[in-house]
Every structure is written in C-alpha cells, then in structure tokens.
Ligand binder design. Sequence first.
Ligand SMILES: C[S@@+](CC[C@H](N)C(=O)[O-])C[C@H]1O[C@@H](n2cnc3c(N)ncnc32)[C@H](O)[C@@H]1O
Length: 159
Amino acid sequence: MLRPGMRVLDVGCGTGAITAGIARAVGPGGFVVGLDRDEGNLAVARQELGVTGNLTFKVGDLLAQDFETCFETPFDLATAARTLLWISQPDRALEQMKKVVRPGGRVVVLDYSLEDVQWEPEPPSTFQTFYRTFRTREPEIGEIMRSRSAFRRYLPWRD
Ligand SMILES: C[S@@+](CC[C@H](N)C(=O)[O-])C[C@H]1O[C@@H](n2cnc3c(N)ncnc32)[C@H](O)[C@@H]1O
C-alpha cells in the first residue's frame, strides 16, 4: 500500500516509531507528517528520530474544528494506529481524516478490541486479575492517573 513518493499523515503518532517506518517506505520523494495532541510524545519522537527531509512531527488535535486547515496539501493516505479506540467520537475522527485526503486517497486504521482480546499463551493469573480490573474500572483509574502529574504521561492518549 505504501509506495515511494506518497504523502502520508499518521494521526496519533505517539513517539513516532510507526511514522518513521512509513517515512522509510515512502522514501526521500515522499512526505510524512506525524500528528499528535501530546507534546510530550512528540518531544520524544523529535529527540529519538529527528526531523528528516521527509518526516515532520506536528502537534494538533484530530477533533479540532480547524483540523484540515493545519495542512497545506492533501495526503494520499491518512492512517491511525491504536488511536481511534481511545477517542470518544471515532465516527467524527474518521470524517476528519477523510477531509485531509485527496480524492481517491485512503484512510487506513489499525485498532483492536479491548473486550475481545485473547492471550496465547495464557498470562499469569495475577496479570489476568489486573487486566480485568483495568477493563471494568478503567474510567476511574484513568481519572485518578490523569489527576496525578507523575502518572499523567502513562495515559496521555485517553480521550
Ligand atoms: C496508544 S497511542 C498510539 C501511538 C502510535 N500510533 C503507536 O501505535 O505506537 C495513541 C496516541 O493518540 C494520541 N491521540 C489521542 N487522541 C488524539 C486526538 N484527538 N488528536 C491527536 N492525537 C490523539 C495520543 O496522544 C497518543 O499518543
């Protein structure tokens, strides 16, 4: 799907490992923007991966009203890995991604279901207890963690 010369937007790029792989795939003739609303993640991305000729990182919120005005040209592909599942309005998120893609371009999403996850091999029972608790009490745990600055960096993606 990725070809040399493509212009790609990676939404919710986090610390940019996937974004950097995309940049390698599209090559020097392509152009990749990693977008994230979390400055902390982008600082790590810039520090570890640098900003090269075909790769830049930009702070922004996918759900912002003026989202599409942040970019000068339309993209061939807008992608989001493990991001939409943390966004409270996934339909709107997809509409926003469509707005920045050229006619005939693509929107590609990688996500997984936290409910349907299966383990192979079975993890230790202590981990399973932890995971069940996290799933059933995740909103409360998220609130507690977000309210404490030392923990905030662990859940920056939660909407
Ligand atoms: C779980 S991380 C995934 C990072 C990376 N895509 C990966 O797969 O390794 C989700 C990222 O989405 C970002 N994010 C969540 N909501 C966002 C929004 N509305 N606009 C932009 N980024 C968002 C978070 O800040 C976080 O860095």
